[in-house]
Write a protein that binds this ligand. Sequence first.
Ligand SMILES: [Zn+2]
Length: 209
Amino acid sequence: MKLILLGAPGAGKGTQGIIISDKYSIPIISTGDMLRAAIREGTELGLHAKSLIDKGALVPDAVIMAMLKERLQKSDCSNGFILDGVPRTINQAEALAEITEIDKVLEIHVPDEFIIDRITNRIVCPKCGASYNAVSKRPREEGICDRCGSKLEARADDNKETLLERLSVYHKMTEPLKDFYADQGKLVVIDGTESVDDVTVKVLETLRG
Ligand SMILES: [Zn+2]
């Protein structure tokens, strides 16, 4: 199953991504993880990206997509994958279509007001990406990730001003992907305002269907 997860920052796609990944034994691929891995492995693209990042420059789409192409050829992607945070623009989506055919695009839809309320209390595991909420979804043991046992820290960029900026970028740059994939009959929109478990039920139903 080749899947794209769409959703505004804080919509809960990270949480659902992990559940789908565990259930279907397919990897989650995000731009950040991919960049970090390529830099760590010292690949040509990774080194190029690092030189840009060190200069404070943005990594251009062409480099991101070349890196994604390499990543999708790895053996752990043989049964499929989940893309989280990539593609994030129509340009990237068009480039992706040249690399591989996507089966389904799931949007976890949550209105901005909900997200703003939810994310200001968010805690993300720095190791595995599992996310918690200081009010509504606390880890079983305070400050420790349920999934991997790592120490949890609040994300530095989870302040309100940054969030509003990220939401605005999402609406402007990424949301047009909904129409792009709806036109191909691949988009499924799921209401992400319900509890994590209820959203999961709907997500898994959609993937079975
Ligand atoms: Zn963890």
